[in-house]
Design a protein around this ligand. Structure first.
Ligand code: AMP
Length: 299
């Protein structure tokens, strides 16, 4: 089955203590779509300007990503720039130029409206609503978000939580939303807002799922060197949704393995700038790290 992914399609300029890389392919939807493409067919919904490099369109195509829902409009592509501190755990946004994103209205081609798996990757909640308004009843809808929307679009986000099956956010966002320091108390409060599946990401410490079948503690793959963690969260949720769409059986049966696969794709994402490393990965590389994680967590 296929997975429909909407989110930002961006040019990212990333600074780390060691080096600087301008205008890489980035955006929540780009990272999530490439990650999902290892496991199932992907339909991408997004917008870019006429400055968007052709090599990035080719990169999407190499991953067999359906681009019928990608709008190419006159103007500039969304440009985001961020800088990491020495420990690579803290990031500062240097610049956000919306460009064609400012007036973006996601439009779903008829062929996309019945996609069974839907990932509303990080964009404004009003746009996430707009995608759901155009869809039939999907089998499983998951949304991601960021602190910005908790600050400036909380009412829209809270409304969205009633329309989705799964919600993915990081620990600081969970604290911001619920005012709870304890992650399990936060999970309980978020369920009360709507979603049956809630995943709290904890960066290099993995993630926690709370679902109808209980909790699952998902490890991060142990990496000695992190080159650029930008997009790791998007790769995690994209890999998870791609795996779910590609697997036989129910979401409840598969979601734990799906999270492990997402976690492994996220580890590759961290090993290169932008999508540089992820796009060189083969399915066999992913399976090898999944087996390693299996060994590491067996007791
Ligand atoms: P992450 O590292 O998982 O937080 O995701 C980083 C990605 O989010 C980058 O590729 C950015 O292009 C994208 N991004 C940054 N700010 C925004 C925003 N306001 N809306 C949507 N995407 C954004």
């Amino acid at each position: 089955m296929s997975v429909l992914i909407v989110g930002s399609t961006a040019l990212d300029s990333i600074k780390t203590p060691k080096t600087e890389n301008p205008r890489l392919l980035g955006g929540s939807a780009s990272h999530a779509a490439v990650a999902a493409s290892f496991f199932s067919p992907v339909k991408l919904i997004g917008v870019v300007g006429d400055d968007f490099p052709k090599k990035y369109i080719q990169l999407y195509r190499r991953h067999k990503i359906d681009l019928a829902g990608l709008q190419i409009l006159p103007g500039k592509t969304f440009h985001w720039s961020g800088e990491y501190e020495l420990n690579m755990n803290h990031r500062r946004t240097l610049l956000t130029e919306l460009g064609v994103f400012e007036t973006f209205t996601p439009h779903l081609p008829a062929s996309h409206k019945a996609a069974p798996f839907v990932l509303l990757a990080n964009i404004a909640p009003s746009l996430q609503h707009h995608v759901l308004d155009q869809m039939g009843r999907a089998k499983f809808v998951v949304a991601d978000t960021m602190d910005l929307w908790l600050n400036i679009a909380l009412a829209d986000l809270v409304k969205l939580l009633k329309r989705i099956d799964g919600f993915v956010l990081n620990d600081s966002e969970a604290h911001q939303l619920t005012k709870e320091d304890n992650v399990f108390a936060a999970l309980r409060k978020i369920h009360k807002l709507g979603p049956k599946y809630v995943i709290i990401k904890k960066g290099s410490h993995g993630s926690i799922l709370s679902s109808p079948r209980g909790f699952f503690i998902c490890p991060a793959y142990p990496l000695h060197t992190v080159v650029d963690p930008t997009g790791a969260g998007d790769s995690f949720v994209g890999g998870m949704m791609g795996y779910l769409a590609g697997a036989k059986g129910s979401v409840d049966d598969n979601i734990r393995r799906a999270m492990i696969h997402g976690s492994v794709v996220a580890s590759f994402c961290c090993e290169g700038f932008g999508l540089n490393r992820t796009t060189k990965v083969k399915r066999a590389d992913i399976d090898r790290r999944v087996r390693e994680l299996e060994k590491l967590t067996k007791f």
